[in-house]
Design a protein around this ligand. Structure first.
Ligand code: ADP
Ligand code: MG
Length: 651
């Protein structure tokens, strides 16, 4: 069995959910089906029913020829046994009323072949006489909704103003059914704020159900209807009754315009008809052609609205007055309910199938419900600067957004997605890279600290060794016999006695010159010790740092490097002296640092310093080694040789 209709589940449920804001931007047109009972005339003619309701939402159509059944699915299917009250409760019009109270623009319209029960569904059976009201049990959706709405408004608690207008489109002319004078055609205009609207349409304020019913009766009685074969009271025009619901804080958008707020519009379409079937001729035929033309335009708009590319396609709402006035309900910001009406008779099956297909398509049309913006109340004076600032910020952000607009930048959707993914990927990479660099930096920092420590230790060792070297050379050169008088005896105690000892040996704790406890070797007064080392020929005005130590290799007096060779640092930073004099090996406390340009990074700079120091120590070691060897190989200046080992016993 073939099944057509709503593909996305329960439209009634969708309707109940309604537009809930940005997370539900599109709402399909809700469609319910009403199958009227067989009329007395149809029964008399012995016509068979071709329609069977299966459940509450599916209609089965059995073609008389015995073809396969066709099923149609709608939000609700209401058969001939259902009362007007059932229809009112099941069709979801109350939900639309609630939305209208919240400011949405809502439309209920009936659609179907002539004589299928559209007017009956909306307003009940035709008036039995001038001023004779419809019996309450037969009142249609409109009267029931009016009663419900006025009751609802009374219990709202907030003051609400209600207005109504009622017009008909007859032979492509809009006529005001509530006008005080004769029914004269009114122009349909369009502007940006209101969309399509009828100029000079009378909008009547009402405050009670009674008044509204009177307005309805007035319109119904003025609406054009005629008798033809299929309907004794056939509507010859499309009729639109609109209720405007406005809260009193919302003035009209335009002076003289309808009130701002929600709208609930009831549209009773004239039925499509085969003129051959209705037997229309003359004026009736003209009316029928006009009705059919506008219904055709409506069908065309619905077909185009179903087009997935509809954003690009033009919807010809301007083709008829009907489509102009329904534009907002069909493709705009409204919420729409369609009540499709059909006759059960097998004789009407072609028109019934046409209506069913039409209604099936319509329930796939979506709208973007949007409550009208309430007029902006003037902000308090103290908030104006902030408002201006926010507006400016908003403007800036919008312009930035426009620059990023894929259309503006000529990027397709796929490329934009790719670019966004890539940007996101790049951002992630940058974050990872940052994290990696942060770790690397902290490692480098700790390496730098280690290198600094090592440099400090080495410098200290060099100073110790230098001190030992001085004392060794002094003892080596002074020869046997009593030690020469130390200048320290005459001079005040030098400030060099805080030098830490190299080992636990007692001699290492004494100054080799004055035998006083050792002080810092680099003390500025250490020159007091050195004339003994360099001898009387040493120039007294040459500072210690510039003097050539005795272990230095012989130099050529004319050497251009003479002054440079006398640099103190060449003779004072000696690592291997420790090995020579104390038999201790200096083990680096950190692995060698990679060499690099001096200013590349802290670690490279620190790493370069330690090898430089080690290299200088290496050079000094060579020089001292050769000096000591030379000292040993030379004949002693007097009998007996005082080797350094005798003066400085191994520790
Ligand atoms: P339409 O407006 O579609 O042309 P009407 O509403 O005028 O059709 O109905 C045509 C006829 O059928 C009327 O006489 C009406 O009273 C009758 N009718 C329609 N629907 C029902 C119904 N549900 N129950 C009883 N009579 C109905
Ligand atoms: Mg009608």
């Amino acid at each position: 069995m073939e099944e057509r209709g709503s593909p996305d589940g329960d439209p009634a449920r969708n309707l109940e959910q309604g537009p809930e804001g940005p997370e539900k931007p599109e709402t399909p047109i809700q469609v319910v089906l009403r199958v009227r009972p067989m009329s007395a005339a149809e029964l008399r003619r012995g016509e068979q029913s071709a329609l069977h309701c299966s459940g509450t939402r599916t209609l089965q159509v059995s073609p008389p020829g015995g073809g396969p059944d066709v099923a149609f699915r709608f939000g609700a299917v209401l058969d001939g046994a259902r009362t007007q009250e059932d229809v009112f409760r099941a069709c979801g019009v109350r939900r639309l009323g609630e939305l209208a109270l919240r400011g949405f623009s809502c439309t209920v319209f009936t659609f179907g072949q002539t004589g299928s029960g559209k007017t009956y569904t909306l307003t009940g059976p035709p008036p039995q006489g001038e001023g004779v009201p419809v019996p309450p049990s037969l009142a249609g959706i409109m009267q029931r909704t009016f009663a419900w709405l006025l009751d609802r408004v009374q219990h709202l608690g907030a003051p609400v103003t209600l207005h109504a207008s009622y017009l008909e489109i007859y032979n492509e002319q809009v006529r005001d059914l509530l006008s005080l004078g004769s029914l004269r055609p009114l122009p349909v205009r369009w502007n940006k704020t209101r969309g399509f609207y009828v100029e000079q349409l009378r909008v009547v304020e009402f405050g009670s159900l009674g008044t509204l019913m009177e307005l309805l009766q007035m319109g119904l009685s003025r609406r054009r209807s005629s008798a033809h074969t299929l309907n004794q009271a056939s509507s010859r025009s499309h009729a639109l009754l609109t209720l405007y619901i406005s809260h009193q804080t919302m003035p009209p958008v335009e002076p003289g315009g309808p009130p701002t707020g929600g709208k609930l519009c009831f549209v009773d379409l004239a039925g499509s008809e085969k003129v051959t079937a209705t037997g229309s001729h003359g004026e009736l035929m003209l009316e029928a052609n006009s009705i059919n033309r506008s219904l055709l335009a409506l069908g065309h708009c619905i077909s185009l609205l179903l087009d997935p590319q509809r954003k690009q396609s033009h919807i010809p709402f301007r083709d008829s007055k009907l489509t102009k006035l329904l534009a907002d309900s069909l493709g705009g910001r409204g919420v729409t309910l369609m009540v499709a009406c059909v006759s059960p008779s097998a004789q009407c099956l072609p028109e019934t199938l046409s209506t069913l297909r039409y209604a099936s398509r319509a329930q796939r049309v979506t709208t973007r419900p949007q409550a009208p913006k309430s007029p902006v109340a003037k902000p308090p004076r103290h908030l104006e600067p902030e408002l201006l600032q926010l507006q400016e910020e908003n403007r800036l952000l919008r312009s930035q957004l426009r620059q990023m607009d894929p259309k503006a930048s000529g990027l397709s959707g796929a490329r934009v997605a790719w670019a966004q993914r890539n940007l996101y990927g790049m951002l992630q990479e940058f974050m990872l890279e940052n994290e990696r660099l942060r770790k690397e930096k902290s490692q480098l920092q700790s390496s730098w600290d280690l290198a600094c420590d090592e440099q400090r230790i080495l410098a200290q060792q060099v100073q110790d060794l230098e001190r030992r070297l001085f004392s060794a050379c002094y003892l080596h050169q002074s020869g046997p016999g009593p030690a020469p008088p130390c200048p320290c005896v005459m001079a005040p105690l030098p400030l060099c006695h805080a030098l830490p000892s190299l080992c636990s040996c007692p001699c290492c704790h004494l100054c080799p010159l004055c035998r006083a406890p050792l002080a810092h070797w680099a003390c500025p007064r250490r020159e007091l010790h050195l004339p003994q080392v360099f001898g009387p020929q040493a120039p007294g005005d040459v500072p210690l740092s510039a003097r050539r130590p005795p272990w230095a290799p012989p130099r050529s007096p004319g050497s251009a490097n003479y002054l440079r060779e006398r640099s103190h640092s060449h003779w004072t930073q000696t690592q291997v002296l420790a090995e020579v004099l104390t038999k201790e090996e200096v083990v680096p406390s950190a692995p060698p640092m990679p060499m690099g340009p001096p200013n590349t990074s802290p670690v490279l700079r620190g790493g370069a310093t330690v090898p430089n120091l080690a290299r200088r120590l290496e050079a000094l070691r060579d020089q001292i080694g050769s000096s000591l060897r030379r000292g040993r190989s030379q004949p002693p200046p007097s009998e007996g040789t005082r080797s350094p080992s005798r003066v400085l016993p191994p520790c």
